[in-house]
Ligand binder design. Structure first.
Ligand SMILES: Nc1ncnc2c1ncn2[C@@H]1O[C@H](COP(=O)(O)OP(=O)(O)OP(=O)(O)O)[C@@H](O)[C@H]1O
Ligand SMILES: O=C(O)CCCC[C@@H]1SC[C@@H]2NC(=O)N[C@@H]21
Length: 395
């Protein structure tokens, strides 16, 4: 199969003209060949006063950032790295929903664009998007053949409106080497996961955005009135609280096709939220960075990047708009989250939570207003704002 075409900002906008990212007065869609990290670029943009909702898409990242200080890797042209700047005029305690919104929007996008049925596309609480390779391949649609307007030197397609800084002028959008950071991630970004999180220097980030230095592990408070656990993580003792790991081998639900990293950024125009989403589109098995990953191509699904990105913009727009109005997307999320109704095992890292049970089995029964998963256990219902979820009975 030929190399998948590059995303095209104009084609994406034409497919989704009426979203907060694309309508007149918005920041628009910008597509670039390559950058260090789209989240880093967007954060730099906020720091110079950028504020309008917009979407930055890169076909390659030299230093893509994952959760827990991990790297997010791609082979140029086989993935899309996206960072959306969204209005976030909500109290800090609502911000945890943003990373759940990304997972929800992505499963909806994959289903809508590819026609994959729900039994192949799993949303595991809080935001793991898993794709089952299945035994039969769906028709792999050709990429959108619309002529690309992307600058091959890596410069940005700019659709910004007047009054907002221009992404194009941001030097971070030029190709950079991995060592050319020139910024302070830890000072700028904080994980936007349910409850509390850690920034990249392992400082605790409380729901109000305040930080305090932490050792490599830390204890969490009870934010949901019942139980609260730090996410069990496997390496380096780094705890990205409020997220789970994807134990794909355990779930039977397939591979990780998408990664989500939401960050809170302070700028002169206030605090902003950056929703970072990486999607594995056309990697073959030899190009996967880890064996637990998969791609749309490996699952025999549509690889039309323009359509995927446009659909994602619409879904993000829907859910972020609801969130701005109500502070959550509880109904839509629990209706789609496959952990609800599942027999689950939650695993906790006792170093993170200061002792107690390491494993708890139960049935996922609900998601509460804070985004915590409610699990029915022999001792009654318990709410967990964080923890490592395994689905015990893959569909
Ligand atoms: N393109 C990619 N696709 C999938 N995983 C990737 C990719 N690039 C890097 N990774 C990293 O590979 C690791 C895959 O982890 P895996 O799915 O096995 O479980 P995990 O380590 O528990 O992941 P996570 O906690 O992020 O769900 C993660 O750290 C992920 O960030
Ligand atoms: O570890 C994870 O699962 C999260 C990966 C998030 C990757 C995306 S790609 C776009 C954005 N830019 C980054 O550097 N990271 C996020």
């Amino acid at each position: 199969m030929p190399a998948t075409a590059f995303p095209d900002a104009r084609a994406i906008t034409a497919l989704a003209p009426d979203t907060m990212f694309t309508r007149p007065g918005s920041g628009g869609v910008t597509c670039i060949d390559s950058t260090e990290s789209t989240n880093t670029d967007m954060a730099e943009f906020v720091k110079v006063g950028g504020t309008l909702p917009r979407m930055l898409v890169a076909s390659h990242q030299d230093s893509g950032r994952g959760r827990f200080d991990r790297r997010w890797q791609d082979v140029p042209g086989t993935a899309v790295a996206m960072s959306a700047l969204v209005p976030a005029d909500r109290p800090a305690e609502d911000w945890g929903w943003l990373s759940l919104i990304c997972g929800l929007a992505m499963v909806e996008t994959i289903e809508e664009v590819t026609g994959a049925t729900r039994d192949r596309v799993t949303l595991k609480w809080p935001n793991d998007v898993l794709l089952d390779q299945g035994s039969t391949c769906m028709s792999a649609l050709p990429d959108n053949p619309a002529p690309s307007v992307i600058q091959r030197d890596g410069s940005a397609q700019e659709m910004a409106q007047q009054g907002d800084p221009v992404l194009q002028d941001d030097p971070t959008l030029k190709r950079k080497s991995c060592g050319d950071a020139g910024h302070d991630d830890a000072d700028r970004c904080a994980s936007l996961n349910p409850g509390v999180g850690e920034d990249t220097e392992h400082r605790r980030v409380d729901a109000d955005g305040s930080r305090q230095d932490l050792p490599r592990t830390h204890q969490c408070g009870d934010s949901v009135g019942t139980a609260y656990a730090g996410a069990a993580k496997h390496t380096a003792g780094s705890g990205d609280v409020g997220t789970t790991s994807t134990r794909n081998g355990d779930t039977g639900h397939g591979g990780k096709v998408c990664g989500i990293l939401c960050e809170r950024v302070e700028g002169p125009a206030g605090t902003h939220a950056i929703l970072g989403i990486g999607l594995n589109v056309s990697m073959d098995s030899s190009e996967l960075p880890v064996s637990t990953a998969t791609s749309l191509r490996l699952c025999g699904l549509c690889e039309d990047k323009n359509l995927l990105i446009a659909t994602l913009l619409r879904r993000l727009d829907d859910h972020v708009t609801d969130w701005l109005r109500t502070g959550n997307v509880r109904q839509a999320y629990r209706d789609r989250c496959d952990t609800v109704g599942q027999q689950v095992r939650l695993t906790f890292d006792t170093e993170l939570i200061g002792g107690g049970d390491t494993v708890l089995d139960g049935i996922g029964v609900d998601v509460d207003d804070t985004g915590a998963i409610i699990v029915a256990t022999p001792e009654g219902r318990k709410a967990f704002a964080a923890g490592d979820v395994t689905h015990l009975r893959p569909r």
